[in-house]
Design a protein around this ligand. Structure first.
Ligand code: ZN
Length: 362
């Protein structure tokens, strides 16, 4: 168990269809052994590029095509969030990918929203939904996703996202969808600066005008983009392991999370694809703490910044903020308050760092 498990957390960037546990897969596709599950549903520890990281998600999506499967996936993720002591989460997925066995887009969102309210509520977690348009979507599909989001506020939908591979998929097809969301007062985030450089973040800020950016880490390469993020108070949903896995940085210590924060950018720590990366949020905190010597106070500051950027109604966010602070003060929140010995030796806290594939030289 990670020593960071008991620390209360906020997670704004986690994909429902990239978080299926072995137990859920075994129920949905009987016959899968654990080794086969890992090979099919997780990505290599070092991928060639973003598409290779995302490839296994197709298999999970194929299993999530009826009501029972969608409800199971939501309960599965809610249990994972609870195990990580997440107090507030925004869970994202692309409803248009779940229509293969006859569900309508509205049914998909209603089912996922209903189960998320019940499952997260049972664990005492405030959780809401973001609907994803995907980079390869047509303008019609992207706009249909935005319209679905606007129609399903009562199902717990609080925003629109643009996900998928930046490479080769410009923003043109999505500008109208994001304009529609803005007109309806629906907050937006968008993946950028992950598969492509700071120009992609700048372009996304100008053309989609999101309140947050998924990843956005390559902004660090351009002082002008950093200045814009700070000026506009745009929050970056940072997912260090996911970026290391696609070879953007050799390890978490070389990742710009700490540098972005030091430059005044609002940042939070997230998992992205829990199953793709064989990751929990507690494990990610452990890696970040080992890499930068961060203490519980540093993570608390990031979690408060994430809550300030949360899309749920203010009273929901305020409840989560109070819970975050109360749980952090509770005696069982035993995460280190000062730099740990592991901070001095990042490899000591990360057994996987001994693996040559994850411990490549900088
Ligand atoms: Zn993502």
């Amino acid at each position: 168990m990670s020593c960071w498990q008991s620390l209360p957390k906020v997670e704004l960037h986690v994909h429902l269809d990239c978080a299926l546990s072995f137990e859920s897969v075994a129920r949905l596709a009987p016959g899968f052994e654990r080794a086969g599950y890992e090979a099919a549903f997780s990505a290599p520890e070092l991928c060639r590029d973003l598409p290779e990281l995302l490839a296994p998600a197709v298999r999970a999506v194929a299993l999530l095509q009826d009501e029972a499967a969608l409800r199971l996936a939501v309960r599965d993720l809610a249990a994972q969030l609870a195990a990580d002591h997440v107090v507030y989460a925004e869970v994202r997925f692309a409803p248009l990918l779940h229509l293969e066995r006859g569900l309508s887009p509205d049914e998909v969102v209603a089912i996922v929203g209903d189960e998320l309210r019940a499952a997260a509520g049972a664990h005492g977690i405030e959780a809401r939904l973001l609907l994803c348009a995907l980079r390869h979507f047509s303008p019609g599909e992207s706009l249909a996703t935005a319209e679905l989001a606007a129609r399903h506020v009562a199902s717990g939908v609080v925003g629109l996202d643009l996900a998928g591979d930046e490479g080769g998929h410009p923003l043109d097809a999505h500008v109208a969808a994001f304009a529609f969301a803005r007109e309806r007062g629906l907050p937006c985030t968008a993946h950028a600066g992950e598969g492509a450089g700071p120009g992609s973040v700048a372009d996304t800020l100008e053309r989609l005008r999101p309140a947050r950016i998924g990843h956005g880490v390559r902004s660090v390469e351009d002082a002008g983009v950093i200045a814009r993020l700070v000026e506009r108070g745009v929050h970056l949903e940072v997912c260090p392991t996911s970026n290391v896995q696609i070879g953007l940085y050799p390890d978490v210590a070389a990742h710009p999370l700490a540098a972005l924060r030091a430059q005044g950018v609002s940042v939070g720590v997230n998992t992205d694809g829990r199953t793709l990366s064989r990751l929990t949020l507690s494990r990610e905190y452990e890696r970040v703490a080992a890499a930068y010597g961060w203490t519980a106070r540093d993570f608390e500051a990031c979690n408060l910044a994430a809550l300030e950027a949360a899309f749920a109604p203010p009273e929901v966010v305020e409840r989560a903020r109070r819970r975050l602070l109360a749980d952090a003060a509770a005696p069982d929140a035993a995460a280190p308050r000062a730099a740990t010995p592991a901070a001095a030796d990042p490899k000591a806290a990360d057994p996987e760092a001994a693996d040559p594939k994850t411990a490549r030289p900088a």
